[in-house]
Design a protein around this ligand. Structure first.
Ligand SMILES: [Zn+2]
Length: 541
């Protein structure tokens, strides 16, 4: 037993153990006869005095574990050494003045980095280690972050921004594209900050970046000889933004509506608003009609009552067993089948106006205005009756694909149209094709825009930059002014774009790193400062 415990205590000798409800204490001492003097390194064994020190260790069974260490002070017998007395060192187990063992410290640091302040502390407490949030955060702040790769090795980097808060504050993430790891996180995306960082890393030869001007300028300032690469993903993003801007100012053709159900529930070609659902006899066996289900369950119940009665049981006894009333049992005993109940539809004051309500709603008139119309026509019912009828009919439209109120055609958002225009032919869904063709036919300039998009995507796909200048020339002549400005942007940034088209480098991997950063940011509820976020992003990087 002691051997097992001692193997856990590494170099220490177990003297005794005592435990209370919340604590286990191991009284231990060192095996060794002496210690090396920390000053001169000479072996010393002459004991000056004994004392006890207390160190917290990894918990056992979710309870605090404490090492009570019988520790010694030694005389250094080296005549030339200035150190006369020194305390015993326990190298590897805990630091000289540490109150926690190294392995406990490692665990807490790990928890802090993986989970953050509050969740890390909560997890530690669950394991039996008493720590508070702030000490967990201090662990992150105090940890050293060695540069993941020495500056000499960095050759190709990707640089992109990430949002503290979208549209408000941005930071910069820098990745080593060859080693696939985050090198640094900068607190903003200003030219001065980025340029200063680049100057400190003169070995960088290639920088992949987005299309915004700030990073381009920073690279020109910080590393004028580095090759700039316009990131392919950002090129495509800019292209689709161009199309979106154009389509946003167009009147797009209406599109047939997709109903939620492929086939209308009613076979009736002209379903009336309140058409009664089919009676159980009409339903086929394949469809599970809730009404039929209820009838079957009830019929089983009736048969059970009749069986009990046949076996000679009285109504009172049956009532006690089944929980039904004696009146109900009397009724059940007379039944040969569950009678078909037909619910009589209530008439309401709205009945004469139903058609009008649908008609007005179809003209996209809102509830209050419809009510005013009805009042003029002599409607004396309440507002809620109209509102309820509208809501019910809309729901029915949606569920069964009927068109009592809703238009059968809808307006298409510019975003949706952009996808259709910029998609490759092979990516277009069969159901979208007819509308896409109509869009290209009816919107002036759309076909031209699509042709330019396709030829630009071909450049990216084939990594062939020779046709780029020709493409820019064509695009500059375009009738679509948005495409003209996109082409002018490319023209200004021609070297970087052509490197982006040809070269193997892109910021694809930054996407994943930025997602990880966002995950950490949200874990800290947006309260953590930049230093904390940076420390956690660079940890494990
Ligand atoms: Zn010494």
């Amino acid at each position: 037993m002691n051997e097992i415990v001692e193997s856990f205590l590494s170099d220490l000798k177990l003297l005794d153990v005592y435990r209370s409800d919340c604590l286990t204490v191991f009284r231990v001492a060192s095996h060794s006869t002496g210690n090396h003097c920390p000053k001169c390194g000479q072996w010393a064994h002459r004991v000056h005095s004994l004392y006890y020190r207390t160190v917290q260790d990894l918990p056992i069974g979710n309870k605090l574990m404490v090492l009570r260490i019988r520790s010694r002070k030694f005389f250094c017998d080296n005549a030339s050494c200035t150190q006369v007395i020194f305390t015993e060192r326990f190298t590897g187990l805990f630091a000289r003045s540490g109150r926690k063992t190294s392995r406990l410290n490692d665990l807490l640091t790990h928890l802090a980095f993986e989970l953050g302040g509050n969740p890390g502390a909560a997890m530690a407490r669950q394991m039996g280690i008493q720590v508070c949030r702030d000490t967990m955060l201090q662990r992150i702040r105090k940890s050293e972050h060695p540069e993941p790769t020495s500056p000499q090795e960095i050759r190709v980097i990707g640089i992109d921004d990430w949002a503290y808060r979208r549209g408000d504050r941005y930071g910069t993430l820098i990745c080593d594209l060859e080693q696939h790891r985050v090198i640094d996180v900068l607190p903003d995306r200003r030219v001065a900050t980025v340029a200063a960082w680049l100057i400190r890393h003169p070995t960088i030869q290639i920088v992949s970046r987005d299309r915004a001007g700030a990073y381009a300028q920073a690279i020109r300032q910080g590393l004028p000889h580095a090759q700039q690469v316009a990131d392919r993903w950002h090129l495509l993003k800019n292209l689709s933004e161009t199309v979106h801007r154009f389509l946003s100012r167009q009147r797009l053709p209406l599109r047939e509506k997709r109903s939620r159900v492929a086939h209308p529930a009613h076979d009736d070609p002209e379903p009336a608003p309140d058409a009664p659902s089919g009676t159980p006899d009409e339903t086929t066996q394949t469809t599970v009609n809730p009404k039929t289900m209820r009838r079957e369950i009830k019929w089983e119940r009736v048969q059970e009552v009749q069986q009990l009665h046949l076996s000679g049981m009285g109504k009172r006894e049956i009532a006690r067993r089944t929980g039904l009333s004696r009146q109900t049992i009397g009724k059940y005993l007379t039944w040969n089948e569950v009678p078909n109940t037909v619910r009589v539809k209530r008439t309401t004051v709205l009945d004469p106006y139903r058609e009008t309500v649908c008609e007005l709603a179809r003209q996209s008139m809102k509830g209050p205005k419809i009510l005013r119309h009805l009042r003029e026509m002599g409607y004396i019912g309440s507002r809620t009756t109209v509102a309820q009828y509208l809501a019910d009919t809309r729901k029915k439209d949606l569920q069964s694909g009927t068109c009592l109120i809703e238009q059968s055609r809808r307006r298409v958002s510019p975003r949706e149209a952009t996808v259709l225009v910029t998609q490759k032919e092979s990516e277009v869904k069969a159901s979208d094709r007819a509308y896409r063709d109509q869009l290209l036919r009816e919107v002036k300039g759309a076909q031209e825009l699509r042709d330019l998009c396709m030829s630009f995507r071909l450049l990216l796909d084939t990594h062939d930059r020779t046709p780029l200048c020709g493409w820019v020339e064509t695009a500059l002549q375009s009738q679509v002014q948005e495409m003209g400005s996109f082409a002018r942007g490319i023209q200004k940034d021609l070297d970087a774009v052509s490197s982006g088209i040809k070269g193997p480098w892109s910021n694809g991997q930054l996407e994943g790193q930025i997602n990880r950063l966002k995950m950490l940011k949200r874990q800290m509820f947006g309260r953590a400062g930049f230093d904390l976020l940076r420390a956690r992003v660079l940890h494990h990087a």
